[in-house]
Design a protein around this ligand. Sequence first.
Ligand SMILES: [Zn+2]
Length: 246
Amino acid sequence: MRYELMLPHQISRAIAENWPVALPLGVLEYHGEHMAVGMDTLAVIKTLELFEKEKDVVILPPFYYGAASYAVAPPEGSGSVQVGGNALAPFGEDFYSLLRIGFRNIHAIIHHQTENFVAGMPTDLAFKAAGRQAIFRFLEKERGEGWWGSQAMADYYSGHAAGENFFNWVQVHPLMSADMNGKYPFDHAGIGETSLMLALCPEAVDANHFADNTGWYTASAKDASAELGQKGVAMIMDHLRMILRP
Ligand SMILES: [Zn+2]
């Protein structure tokens, strides 16, 4: 369900049943002359909407204002919006007050700059750090200082082994899992991303403008197809089924 449409009794049910809560996390960034600036975020939103047809999930309103960077193009006339990671971290920490609502199964999902996800990039690192900070702050407020050292926590490591861990309450994932590497073209505004948009959100692509592209990274875009995009979508859906579970 879309969070902004939920009533309190529906939110209570989602909490009681531990539904995954998904935040489409993204940017607004120049994606060539042929594609919309919201591509990275739209890819997350549209695949989550497909996932929602299969499984219970809360979809939060998307956050588009991540650290696009001006690495691809300067903003003038290109459309990239850059909010730095240092500004995002405190925002993210307060944003995860979702914990106070009662959610314990929160997942930010990002497509932008995820080719080296383990090391991280500014947007995902900011939201990861914010998640950790928010969990510490929440636990300390709920349980007081010394909560971890108290006798009530004596089974912490055994519970941990069984998969219980406070720090799993908030997670950040790439939209495309590492094992899609080599199976689907990973690029910026090339054949891979353009095909994904043709499959998920065709109004975000205008084939009349392929010829206006001058960047190396858009050279393959004209070979994009919805058929190829569907293959990527199928792999992404498998990944979402893995990470978004009650
Ligand atoms: Zn992109």
